[in-house]
Design a protein around this ligand. Structure first.
Ligand SMILES: [Zn+2]
Length: 134
């Protein structure tokens, strides 16, 4: 091993004939007197042969597809969100209903909406129980 030994990149370039004539000659002369570099060059040749023998395979195709259906947990979360929304609307309607007790026709309408939301909430809870039972 000498102080002016070429690095592996230069040896690889020497092997591949990628050097200028001057540099190629310089390394060639160095190789005649340096057994360490000859060994390295032999190793590089071996690696190059092995790499050349590797079968050529196309890079794997990466496809990003949308999920066909949301995972079960997400479905439950959606149901919970629906239930909470229905409950919030129910409370709001109920609150507005309580604040206007005199207007019977308006109260009747709110009561109708209130019952409608009550029914929707019951249906949502039923659906939720069905999903959780699975
Ligand atoms: Zn050397």
């Amino acid at each position: 091993m000498f102080r002016n030994c070429p690095d592996p990149i230069q040896l690889s370039a020497y092997l591949d004939g990628e050097l200028s004539e001057r540099r190629w000659l310089k390394i060639g002369l160095h190789l005649q007197k340096c057994s360490a570099c000859r060994d390295k060059l032999a190793e590089l040749e071996q690696v190059k042969k092995l790499v050349a023998q590797l079968p050529h395979r196309p890079a794997p195709e990466i496809r990003i597809t949308a999920q066909q259906s949301p995972p079960k947990a997400a479905g439950k979360r959606w149901l919970w969100a629906s239930c909470l929304t229905a409950a919030a609307v129910l409370l709001l309607v109920f609150f507005v209903h309580l604040r206007q007790p005199q207007a019977d026709d308006v109260a009747g309408e709110y009561l109708r909406i209130h019952r409608q939301y009550e029914q929707q909430l019951a249906e949502s809870i039923e659906l939720l129980e069905e999903v959780e039972a699975q």
